[in-house]
Write a protein that binds this ligand. Structure first.
Ligand code: NAD
Length: 334
């Protein structure tokens, strides 16, 4: 698949100035979707970027054309390679993980190893290397079916899938490493991140990527459930921005969980209609399949805490982000 294209949407320099200039950073999972956007933004900001990725779900193409990156092909479970890659880094942006709720239901032990034990190794490597802060890619799936909307970080986690349980366990590990060893950590609970480079090429593709693939092939998008489930769809630059703000934060974050989202809820039916409209094929209405195990009905973030702690506000809204994503899928898939 084609890799990067310029995204003039965000002026990273205007937002983050010279903070990362000359700073060495490690991005685990940096050849994946979100990690490659972090690498791109950090390159723009003059950081020296190291990516460690075993190419399990990501690919080297995601890093093409985004500036210089030192690429280490290794797993976070390979402790020697991980510790070498972490040396000299001021920040670690830990994005590596196996994604997909339904696949985690099929493979709970493998998910635990990579996602939970892998995160433990990342924290250990960061502690040993004297890293200033670890940003962790946590997930809104930790909220489970709690009916309260919007989701506030004070709601106790209720993981309904092995994937969500992994992410909730890792948040606790982050908190424990801050409390026990003084390693500062920032678990950022992402809500449905989407954008260019999100892969549509697996059976568990995220919904926007999967819909783009179907629509651009002239097929009807497939919805699991009645389509009235809703999500806080968040353009990827918002997640990158939150990571950079967290890294720069003057005060310790100390493992405090922070939501990262847009703060707007869109139903999957609305999404399908907007995407079909955007390619001029409103006739491509959805088909419906039974609900999937472990999927939650509604999701919407409260952004009060993240705005207080980090000064975070979304920088790209849903519509603008969707247009950028569709423009990319058109060149990458057609
Ligand atoms: N995309 C979302 O909506 C979303 C929501 C919540 C949380 N997250 C989390 O954000 C992170 C990034 O997600 P993404 O959407 O970019 O997914 P992605 O699959 O595109 O990226 C994950 C990357 O991790 C790599 N990886 C997997 N196992 C590894 C291992 N053992 N060692 C080294 N690298 C490994 C993959 O090759 C891939 O490049 C993940 O931790 C994911 O769980 C994503």
């Amino acid at each position: 698949m084609a890799s990067s294209s310029p995204h003039p949407l965000t002026d990273w320099r205007a937002l983050h100035g010279g903070h990362f200039q000359g700073t060495r950073v490690l991005i685990t999972g940096g050849a994946g979707f979100i990690g490659s956007h972090l690498a791109e933004a950090l390159n723009t900001l003059g950081a020296s970027v190291v990516v460690l990725d075993d190419l399990n779900g990501g690919n080297r193409g995601n890093l093409e054309g985004i500036g210089p990156v030192k690429f280490v092909e290794a797993s976070i479970l390979e402790t020697a390679a991980l510790s070498a890659a972490t040396q000299g880094c001021r920040y670690v942006f830990h994005q590596a993980a196996l994604g997909s709720v339904p696949r985690s239901v099929e493979q709970p032990v493998r998910y635990h190893e990579v996602n939970t034990t892998g995160t433990l190794h990342v924290l250990e490597a960061a502690r040993a290397a004297g890293v200033r802060r670890v940003m962790f890619a946590a997930s809104s799936s930790a909220y489970g079916e709690t009916p309260t909307l919007p989701k506030v970080e004070t709601i106790p986690p209720d993981p309904l899938s092995p994937y969500a349980a992994n992410k909730a366990a890792c948040e606790s590990l982050c908190r424990a490493y801050s409390a026990s060893y003084g390693l500062d950590t920032a678990p950022l609970r992402y809500f449905n991140i989407f954008g260019p480079r999100q892969s549509p090429n697996n059976a568990y593709a995220a919904v926007i990527a999967a819909f783009a693939k179907s629509l651009l092939a002239g097929k009807h998008p497939m919805i699991f459930g009645d389509g009235e489930q809703s999500r806080d769809f968040t353009f990827v630059h918002n997640a990158v921005h939150a990571n950079l703000l967290a890294a720069r934060n003057e005060k310790p974050i100390a493992g405090q969980v922070l939501n990262v989202a847009c703060g707007v809820r869109i139903s999957v039916n609305e999404l399908a209609a907007a995407m079909a409209q955007s390619i001029g094929r409103p006739d491509l209405t959805p088909t419906y399949q039974p609900e999937r195990a472990g999927d939650v009905k509604h999701s919407l973030a409260d952004l009060t805490r993240v705005s207080k702690v980090l000064g975070y506000q979304p920088i790209v809204d849903f519509r603008t982000g969707l247009d950028a994503a569709m423009a990319w899928y058109k060149t990458a898939l057609m």
